[in-house]
Design a protein around this ligand. Structure first.
Ligand SMILES: CC(C)(COP(=O)(O)OP(=O)(O)OC[C@H]1O[C@@H](n2cnc3c(N)ncnc32)[C@H](O)[C@@H]1OP(=O)(O)O)[C@@H](O)C(=O)NCCC(=O)NCCS
Length: 156
């Protein structure tokens, strides 16, 4: 696979099925293992085809497209908060997440953000550190079973 064939573009409604599948598959494989079963159900219910369309309408979403196959996604809202970042395992380590983050961070910077916030899954903390983020507080455990590390990157 040549990484030049991957391009980052805005989400289109017809991507919703592929994006839902990508997010749920990668979450199950890499994030949910140490979480209670209710967290997995809560997360799947929050990332159906229809929820992905609403997520795009209430914020911004970019995808990594390889000949029509969606292999990565980033979503954000409020012009400063990243809410989803997923890349298929097979395509990880090629700079795709870094490119997706760069795209949404520069959009939010143009819109006036001073900093970007993320609620990082514990397995992704080192990725965010390597792209300039810092831990804000201790790890947060939510009632729905999800666990995250609040992180921030100042961009001006
Ligand atoms: C976290 C994730 C999105 C990273 O995607 P990726 O496309 O592999 O990341 P990149 O290739 O752009 O990596 C960028 C840099 O981060 C580093 N990096 C990536 N994943 C890392 C990890 N788990 N630990 C440490 N460093 C990591 C890379 O080595 C690279 O460093 P470099 O620029 O010095 O070479 C991907 O591993 C993933 O989908 N994980 C499961 C889902 C998840 O946890 N999402 C986050 C939810 S908040």
């Amino acid at each position: 696979m040549k990484s030049d064939n991957i391009y980052i573009r805005k989400f289109k409604t017809e991507d919703a099925e592929q994006v839902s599948k990508l997010i749920i598959t990668v979450f199950d494989e890499q994030v949910s293992k140490k979480l209670p079963a209710r967290a997995k159900k809560f997360f799947s219910d929050g990332n159906t085809h229809n929820k992905i369309i609403s997520l795009n309408q209430s914020g911004e979403m970019f995808v990594a497209d390889l000949f029509g196959k969606i292999i990565g996604v980033v979503a954000g809202r409020d012009n400063n908060l990243i809410t989803r970042l997923f890349v298929y395992k097979k395509f990880q380590g090629k700079g795709i997440a870094k490119n997706l983050m760069g795209r949404i961070e520069s959009l939010y910077k143009r819109r006036g953000a001073d900093a970007i916030h993320v609620r990082s899954a514990l397995n992704a903390v080192d990725f965010y550190i390597s792209t300039g983020y810092k831990k804000v507080t201790r790890v947060i455990h939510k009632k729905d079973g999800l666990v995250y590390q609040p992180m921030i990157k100042r961009i001006r």
